[in-house]
Design a protein around this ligand. Structure first.
Ligand code: NAD
Length: 360
């Protein structure tokens, strides 16, 4: 039976980078006879323009029916003045929570060919390979009550709530331990247990789950220290598990260790490993329409999709190999360019990956 992939390019550079990822996916589909059927739909600002909402009910239904979703990026200045309830980012939060995609995997890998692109010294980052497991459907981004209210003295006050239930903590902790087991068996749980009650419970529950994983070495770190350590000595980490907002910030920071957010894919999985796959970066309105965005994060998201949702290890490895070969050839988009390499655009980069994959 064919497997359904829903493609949601989104806004800004989303359609540009997605066009390249789809070329790679279609080639892999033919070459390895994967039996995928692709369909396209709208999300974010483009969906607002068409339907008045950032995620139409029909689109959500198609996402539910699909075996996996591949997403570009959403948002842009055109929609920034809209009411918060229908902004593009709401579509993204909604699809993540409706599909119950609670585990967000964000690898930060430094390709040896790009050691120069990092702002940190090569000896600090060379060989870096971190996986951040971020809780994605709970915490302060979803907690209620929330809002902006006017106090008795007439001053306005913004407020949010940071709730985490035991079951939410337990399932993301398990995802973290499972990933650690597949790698170097080291897990660092990041929290703010010295200040936040939600973090105190987080730490207690992670300790409980650890009893089922005696082969994994667990450590705890406060988020402020983790931010420091990621810059000072990032190679001390292997798998990091953390809550939604801390993971959002730390994974962007980790991405910069690798030179460019344009290189980093991500996976968001439900309890059955059904997933949505997307680059870590946003819609980059500053470079949209110029044909210069780096498509590799989206192409590597295709590889993660094959690996985590479909267990197609050989095809996933081949796409990663093709990306590495293209970097060996010295091809670089502007965000990862350094002297001595050839600067290429989005489409040329995609074509080069397709050619490398075809020849493997
Ligand atoms: P961004 O990630 O879009 O851009 C940050 C910087 O990185 C920009 O200078 C951009 O040019 C560069 N960049 C990002 N992706 C790149 C790529 N593939 N190749 C080359 N350079 C790249 O973050 P931002 O500027 O804070 O946000 C822009 C818009 O994207 C906002 O509307 C924001 O809400 C939205 N956003 C969406 C997502 C998502 O869809 N998952 C994530 C973050 C931000």
């Amino acid at each position: 039976m064919s497997k359904q992939i829903l493609i949601l390019p989104g806004d800004g550079i989303g359609p540009e980078i997605m066009a390249e990822a789809v070329k790679v996916l279609e080639l892999a589909n033919d070459k390895y006879q994967l039996g995928f059927e692709l369909s396209h739909d709208l999300i974010g600002g483009s969906a607002i323009d068409q339907h008045g909402v950032p995620l139409a009910d029909e689109t959500l239904a198609r996402a539910r029916a699909a075996d996996a979703v591949l997403l570009g990026a959403v948002g842009g200045p055109k929609w920034d003045k809209l009411d918060r309830s229908i902004r593009p980012e709401k579509g993204l939060l909604k699809i993540r929570s409706e599909l119950k995609l609670f585990a967000n995997l964000r690898p930060a890998i430094l390709y040896p060919q790009l050691a120069e692109a990092s702002t940190l010294k090569p000896e600090v980052v060379s060989g870096l390979d971190i996986l951040i497991v971020r809780e994605l459907t709970g915490g302060i981004y979803f907690g209620a009550p929330r809002g902006i209210r006017t106090l008795d003295n007439g001053e306005r006050e913004g407020y949010n709530t940071l709730p985490y239930s035991e079951s939410e903590i337990r399932r993301i902790a398990r995802a973290g331990f499972d990933m650690a087991r597949l790698r170097s068996k080291k897990l660092c749980s990041v929290d703010k247990a010295n200040v936040l009650e939600a973090s105190q419970l987080w730490r207690e529950v992670v300790e409980e789950v650890a009893k089922d994983y005696p082969d994994v070495e667990l450590s705890h770190m406060y988020v402020d220290n983790a931010a420091m350590q990621l810059v000072k000595a990032p190679k001390q980490f292997d798998v990091i598990v953390t809550e939604n907002m801390f993971g959002d910030i730390l994974s962007d920071q980790a991405s910069m260790l690798t030179g460019s957010i344009g290189m980093l894919p991500s996976a968001s999985l439900d309890i059955n490993n059904k997933g949505m796959y997307e680059p870590c970066h946003g819609s980059a309105p500053d470079i949209a329409g110029q044909g210069i965005a780096n498509p590799l994060a989206t192409i590597l998201s295709v590889s993660m999709m094959l690996r985590y949702s479909f267990n197609l290890t050989a095809a996933a490895d081949a796409i990663e190999k093709a990306v590495s070969l293209v970097l060996d050839q010295g091809l670089r988009t502007g965000d990862i360019w350094s002297a001595g390499n050839a600067k290429v655009g989005t489409q040329e980069m995609g074509d080069a990956v397709v050619a490398a994959l075809r020849n493997l």
